[in-house]
Design a protein around this ligand. Structure first.
Ligand code: NAD
Length: 480
């Protein structure tokens, strides 16, 4: 990657700023690059570029925009190995997971290309026989897209592909710790021939450049994925703008006494250890019927013990470091809080600085966790499976209802009627019966349940295209 391809990308040109931020390899603490620490002024330039491009891009025929999405997918596929390497190097996820993420990113562009060709309006009857009434879907204008570091390729694509397909232009602020792979994705869009100004990338501190995007009067809509705390700030600062807010999660995986315990343990461990647990839909905690806790914990420990912690670029490694010091401190604090209050550590539970940096954390299983412990109340975002026992279905439901978050829940039971009844009662955006909390495919709806702290709106497939467009009614008064 050339030097100019690691800066801001505004109006079709790469640039940098006097002040820069280091990008650090979490596996060894080494600085691997410097990216612009941009100012609010830089955001103003990016918004101006997006605004200048917006009209022409919105007027570009749908089939041309779809073809652009296909070209970007091809560019991502062509650069797949290099993008995956950068992703693994700066994010810390193992290379196999990084390759999967990049492959899905290309799929995301192909999906948007397919869907935009199917997106229609309506013609509607009117009481007045002299009227022809129709609706069309139009892009909202300039989108502010702000994204986190845990899936720094896929999450941006969940917004960028539908934005490009629907004819919006974008100012994109990636998380600082994964700014390098954002540049790589931007370079793929550039190499596919995306017109100047349609997507503009600005790196910097979220509180500066993210906020500048949110409050800018020419940014007409916001798409944000990140923490609940930041989401709240954005909702206030950008009040009145259309918003997709995809926030934190702490979903339970509920295991009833009749569950297939091997499948439940595989799902619980998979959902807690994938991406070292840094997943919004991760297994937040396991709610297990008291009669199966022992047998389930044996299986969870066996799964945790299979993991090989190490350099994410080594093929033998199955779990890399956490991404940054803030998340590492939180994971340790949550485990320590549980142990101090009487929870029993069955496996792991320690940071492993001997592995090369302070960010390695052992895959952890902890039982006798109670609902008042931080592991249960807050999002941990690390490789930890906390197990909480319940006595009966009513208690399981009460504990699930008490959850502050409402993103994704899993229910393991052979009694499908019971599973469906639980699914209908729990206020989460997703309930997977006999699968883990992380099961989702990119064409399906994803988002937080109302009244909870996991955000608002739905992304996935046509849902994002709908969210990124608005309905305009056009009426024609017929002659005569
Ligand atoms: P974060 O909220 O700290 O940062 C997210 C993004 O917001 C970053 O780009 C950051 O630079 C920017 N930002 C920070 N402060 C800002 C401000 N004041 N105004 C505007 N932008 C600002 O989150 P994170 O630590 O990067 O990501 C982890 C969080 O994301 C977790 O809580 C996780 O659950 C959540 N997440 C949610 C989903 C979902 O789909 N619901 C998916 C992945 C991650």
């Amino acid at each position: 990657m050339s030097k100019t391809e690691t800066g801001n990308y505004i109006g079709g040109r790469w640039s940098t700023t006097a002040e820069t931020m280091p990008v650090v390899n979490p596996a060894n603490g080494e600085t691997i690059a410097a990216v612009p620490r941009s100012s609010r002024e830089t955001v103003n330039e990016a918004v101006a570029a997006a605004r200048a491009a917006a009209f022409d891009w919105a007027a570009t025929p749908v089939f041309e925009r779809a073809a652009m999405c296909m070209a970007i997918a091809a560019a991502i596929d062509a650069g797949r190995e290099a993008i995956a390497h950068t992703l693994s190097l700066e994010q810390g996820k193992v290379l196999a997971e990084a390759r999967g993420e990049v492959a899905k990113a290309a799929d995301g562009f192909r999906l948007a290309a397919e869907l935009i060709k199917q997106m229609g309006g309506q013609t509607l009857p009117a009481e007045d026989p002299g009227k022809l009434v129709m609706t069309i879907r139009q892009p909202r204008g300039v989108y502010g897209v702000i994204t986190p570091w845990n899936f720094p390729v896929n999450i941006p694509v969940e917004y960028l592909a539908p934005a490009i397909a629907t004819g919006n232009s974008v100012v994109w602020v990636p998380a600082p710790s994964t700014a390098l792979v954002a540049c790589a994705l931007m370079a793929a869009m550039q190499s596919a021939g995306l017109p100047a100004g349609v997507v503009n990338l600005v790196t910097g501190e979220g509180a500066t450049v993210g906020d500048a995007v949110v409050v800018h009067p020419d940014v007409t809509a916001i798409a944000f994925t990140g923490s609940t705390a930041t989401g709240r700030q954005i909702a206030e600062r950008g009040a009145g703008k259309p918003m997709l807010l995809e926030l934190g999660g702490n979903g339970p995986l509920i295991v009833f006494e009749d569950a297939d315990l091997d499948a439940a343990a595989a799902a619980a461990a998979g959902g807690a250890f994938f991406n070292a647990g840094q997943v919004c839909a991760a297994t937040g905690f396991v709610l297990a019927h008291a009669s199966v806790v022992d047998r389930l914990c044996e299986r969870l420990v066996a799964r945790a013990a299979e993991h090989v912690l190490g350099n994410p670029l080594d093929s033998a490694t199955t779990m890399g470091p956490l991404n940054n010091a803030k998340v590492a401190a939180k994971v340790l604090a949550h485990v320590d809080d549980a142990v101090a209050q009487g929870a029993l550590l069955l496996h792991g539970g320690r940071a492993r600085p001997d592995m090369g940096s302070d960010l390695f954390f052992e895959p952890t299983v902890v039982r006798d966790v109670t609902p008042d412990m931080r592991l249960c109340r807050e999002e941990t975002f690390g490789p930890v499976v906390p197990v909480v026992a319940f006595q009966d279905e009513a208690e399981a439901l009460a504990l699930a209802l008490q959850n502050a978050y409402g993103l994704s829940v899993g229910v393991f039971t052979q009694d499908i009627s019971r599973g469906i009844a639980m699914a209908k009662r729990i206020p989460a955006g997703i309930v997977n019966i006999n699968a883990g909390t992380t099961w989702w495919e990119i064409h399906l709806p994803f988002g937080g349940g109302s009244g909870k702290q996991s955000g608002m709106g739905r992304l996935g497939g046509m849902h994002t295209l709908e969210a990124m467009t608005e309905i305009k009614m056009i009426t024609v008064t017929l002659p005569g």
